[in-house]
Design a binder for this molecule. Sequence first.
Ligand code: DAH
Length: 374
Amino acid sequence: MVNEMGKYQNIDDVLAEALANIAGAPNSAALEDVRIAFLGKNGRFTALTKMLATLPVEEKKAFGQEVNVAKAKIESELAACKEALSRRELDEQLRRETIDVTKPIRPEQQGRIHPVSKIYEEVVAIFGQMGFEVAEGPDIEDQFHNFNALNTPANHPARQMQDTFYVPNPESSDFDDSYVVRTQTSSVQIRTMENKRPPIRIIAPGRTYRSDYDATHTPMFHQVEGLVIDKNITMAHLKGCLYDFVKAFFELDELPVRYRPSYFPFTEPSAEMDIGCLKTKTELKIGAGDDWLEILGCGMVHPNVLRAGGIDPDEYQGFAFGVGMDRLAMLKYGIPDLRTFFESDVRWLKHYGFVPLDESSMTGGLSNNGGAQR
Ligand code: DAH
């Protein structure tokens, strides 16, 4: 056993060594190693404490006090050093991870959003705010959903209004069983009624197909269908809803509109909506002038259609509408030929497309300055 001086010397040495190690610890992990080496279960100080048991009673008190004072000193040094190190480490991390938030996200942004995708976003943003949900249906449809349930049975003259592409049914040679690539998104009206009870408030944007090809027709094009069904729905609801839509869509406070009587098999009465515009040889200006431009078809859902969807027409009424989305894009963004939409010409997309991160919203702006940021 060490003599009296030796024991106290021992405490001082261990303390001095501990303090030197603490001061020299380069980071928090090294500091933790120091703590374990001195104060851990098998640490140097713990060994000193154990020595206590072997001492005669009269020495225990003084030695114990000495150990405790030294230990407290180490603990307070450890805490102070730990705080200083972690502050330094945080500063370093922040410096390392600095980003310049004012930099453009991609200085060389190449891609563009196709005008049809842009219109899709805009239409969903407007009707979304009015409380409409987006509904979907398949592109390859059966004749029931595309025609029959929409009050257009086989041999109905209205079937000639649409140049339908038929798709053979491998399970039947009967022509009435053949499928179609849907000629209209109106088919989603029926699919929605089959799956949902009123109140119904949906829009169904999507691809549609007809055998047609010129400057304003392509075999594949896009429509958005709208359907509202509830109790006591009237034509006034239809007019208010569509008026709000066209104003929001063209981003105008005032826009003259009119409804002309029309015919669609699935609505009664049926109408076409026109918006006021000015047509000159070189320009089409929407919202001003004495000319009219047809914009969409609409009407009150025919009782036969409600019945086909399993809804009692004596209890519920509804209105519906169908809009050509490509046509909306042509009008809003001044694109003259529909065929160019689907030619995948990157130069065209660069000119008519939209910067990807400018999302359309009712609060942040639909087109972002009316397309000026193209
Ligand atoms: N499906 C019609 C078309 O393709 C558009 C349409 C008109 C849809 C009137 C409707 C509607 O829902 O009520 O020409």
